[in-house]
Design a protein around this ligand. Structure first.
Ligand code: G6P
Length: 268
């Protein structure tokens, strides 16, 4: 697999052609902002543990196809690389049709600015019939410690906890700040505003467009032990804040294109 390094002023990022997977972003502050496990396996078709896996065409078990799709398990074509940006493409082929019987063309652009990282995914329906999918940019973010980090900006959002709760049940967030004690697997719906992650080493502003939902996930102490590609103590140093489209799957007519972006910016 090919590793591509992007640079802009004092910032740098790493992205692989395998899964178009971003595995590192060191911002101007000098802090690593993306978490990638020291036990991650860089070997197809295993998904790299950490970084930013692209979840397409199905999020988790929301649907009848492969859990978390296949985009994170295949090589993407590298179309263009500049000093601070890279462009990848994935087109349907015999392998993808076996898992998901539709024609599509997906483009992924990674842009490193001095302040931030912009991730943009587009999917075009190249089939002769409508296609429907769910999708996420599954960003693993580096934090100093789970117990002292927080996500602000969630007040009044409706969410679902993936802890056995029926998917139809929604809870409303009463406070603006989300803090953590251990594992969490939660989907917030209709997230229109930015959120701010206090990493313990400065704040990150997280914005998205084209996506309605936001997933907050971290495995916690026990599940971390059960993951072979994740070190036991790493649960304390990562939090996924994912831009996602889950509750209302995207349907594209032939030739239609959907675009979703997640933009991470260092605030302080
Ligand atoms: O272990 P993975 O297949 O990479 O999935 C990791 C996690 O992804 C998402 O964040 C889901 O909400 C979680 O339910 C899942 O455990």
């Amino acid at each position: 697999m090919k590793k591509i390094t992007l640079v802009n002023k004092n910032a740098s990022a790493t992205v692989y052609d395998y899964a178009a997977h971003v595995t590192s972003w060191v911002g101007q502050s000098g802090h690593q902002r993306i978490f990638t496990s020291k036990q991650a396996i860089f070997e197809a078709p295993k998904a790299i543990r950490g970084g930013v896996p692209i979840i397409f065409p199905q999020f988790n078990e929301v649907g009848e196809f492969q859990r978390h799709g296949f985009a994170r398990n295949v090589y993407w074509n590298k179309l263009d690389t500049q000093t601070s940006s890279a462009h990848f493409q994935l087109n349907s082929d015999a392998q993808t049709r076996e898992i998901w019987p539709f024609e599509f063309s997906a483009d992924y652009k990674v842009d490193l600015s001095a302040q931030g990282l912009s991730l943009s995914l587009s999917v075009k329906n190249t089939d002769s019939k409508p296609i429907t999918f769910t999708v996420a940019l599954h960003s693993y973010l580096q934090i100093k410690s789970l117990k002292t980090c927080s996500v602000s900006g969630v007040k009044n959002l409706s969410y679902w906890d993936n802890d056995g709760t029926d998917f139809s049940i929604r809870t409303k967030a009463l406070t603006n700040e989300l803090t953590f004690t251990d594992a969490i697997d939660r989907v917030y719906f209709d997230v229109k505003n930015d959120v701010v992650l206090d990493t313990g080493n400065g704040q990150l502003n997280i914005s998205h467009s084209g996506f309605d939902d936001m997933v907050i996930w971290t495995p916690g102490k026990q599940a971390a032990k059960d993951m072979s590609d994740f070190a036991d103590d790493e649960f304390d140093n990562m939090l996924c804040v994912e831009a996602a489209q889950i509750a209302k799957p995207i349907t594209l007519l032939p030739n239609e294109t959907w675009t979703g972006k997640q933009i991470l910016t260092e605030v302080s």
